[in-house]
Design a protein around this ligand. Structure first.
Ligand code: PLP
Length: 360
């Protein structure tokens, strides 16, 4: 069976249900951690805590190439989102952002480390400092915080994207960062409903693949209503502590995949890696939309090997340049899942089948 993200497996159930007392070792210069139901909720909670008392809006800069779902909680707050375009390296286009801001003051600047590639921190930090804005490093695609030097005032993580745990997000705060976020973590509780759903989901996906998409969305949506409890928090900390092992497997999968893809033409790597990078998915940018569509169908015949990303925020349709850029990448890039739990024998068999098709 191939899953698009790590899922709880029957053989791991006993280990999962054990409550281990793990300590979190925060990165150097960071001393607070705030937990909420997902990354998007953490960002919204932070914004809510920073909304100016004088009734004016909190101004937050986000890339237009972003998931619309991830700003759903921000829309009901007293915030104004200024979207910015990116360079071909997926770093912010600062001159465009400057001109969009005009003479408005910026409160929060968000730099996204796309697909686990941690880049652009110094420039982003300087930009935020010049504007006296908080600098948020969005690390939702990064597996953990180990072995990386961070600069952000806040680091946003989504451990549930990388490990088989219920939906949970966290915001790690730099020393002396005065914010008003207070954790409300409920009592330790085994997430029985989540466990049952994981088991049902994998059984149904195996025997009734046509229900795959329904279970993907319905189940993940229902997960978002869970509030974090001590058990899930500990599981997230445990996962962070073990993240380097998973990262190694992902990088092996990534290298294997690149070797295979190098045999075909009409594509390039979406973003090149850097020394600090940690692959989350591998992005193949196809030469045109027709090729991307054909490959998407060939690769997803029996299992879902690739996805297209993201569902864009509706708000960006007001800016032609940002919309065109985000739509271009949304249409041309195929993201391969390379997580640590992939069954490489099924995966390589399915990949080879698709890659060998005459019209790949
Ligand atoms: C770049 C980025 N940031 C934040 C989020 C929000 O993460 P979560 O699913 O934990 O709310 C996502 C979700 O896809 C994302 O892609």
């Amino acid at each position: 069976m191939l899953n698009t993200k790590p899922t709880l497996q029957l053989k791991d159930l006993i280990a999962f249900s054990k409550y281990n007392d793990v300590n979190i070792n925060l990165p150097e210069n960071y001393d607070s951690i705030y937990w909420s139901t997902c990354g998007a909720q953490c960002l919204a909670d932070l914004c809510k805590s920073l909304v100016p008392k004088n009734g004016s809006n909190l101004i937050i800069a986000l890339p237009g190439y972003f998931c619309g779902q991830s700003i759903r909680f921000l829309r009901s707050l007293q915030t104004e989102i200024v979207f910015y375009p990116l360079t071909s390296e997926l770093t912010p286009d600062y001159s465009q952002l400057e001109s969009s801001l005009g003479n408005r003051e910026l409160d929060l600047f968000v730099l996204v480390h796309y697909f686990g590639n941690v880049i652009g921190q110094s420039e982003a930090n300087k930009f935020a400092q010049d504007k006296s804005a908080f600098f948020i490093e969005d690390c939702a695609h990064v597996i953990g915080y180990k072995n990386i030097e961070w600069l952000g005032d806040f680091l946003l993580f989504s451990p549930h994207k990388h490990f088989a745990i219920p939906s949970i997000g966290c915001l790690i705060g730099r020393i002396n960062n005065n914010h008003n976020l207070r954790n409300t973590i409920s009592k330790r509780k085994l997430p029985i409903k989540w466990i049952l759903k994981q088991i049902i989901k994998s059984r149904i996906k195996r025997s009734l693949p046509e229900w795959r998409d329904f279970f993907g969305t319905a189940i993940s949506e229902s997960m978002n209503s869970l509030t974090p409890n001590n058990f899930v928090v500990k599981k997230a900390v445990e996962a962070f502590e073990l993240s380097q092992e998973s990262l190694q497997i992902r990088n092996q999968n990534r290298n294997l995949l690149i070797q295979k893809l190098n045999k075909v033409k009409n594509w390039s790597l979406f973003v090149s890696d850097n020394a600090k990078g940690s692959s989350y998915v591998l992005g193949m940018i196809c030469d045109n939309r027709k090729i991307a569509k054909r490959r998407f169908n060939l690769l997803n015949q029996n299992y879902q090997l690739v996805m297209q990303w993201p569902d864009l925020p509706l708000e960006i349709s007001q800016d032609d340049e940002i919309l065109a850029q985000a739509k271009k990448w949304q249409g041309l890039v195929l993201f391969f899942f390379i997580h640590q739990q992939i069954d490489t024998s099924i995966w390589t068999r399915e990949l080879d089948k698709a890659l060998e098709a005459n019209n790949f």
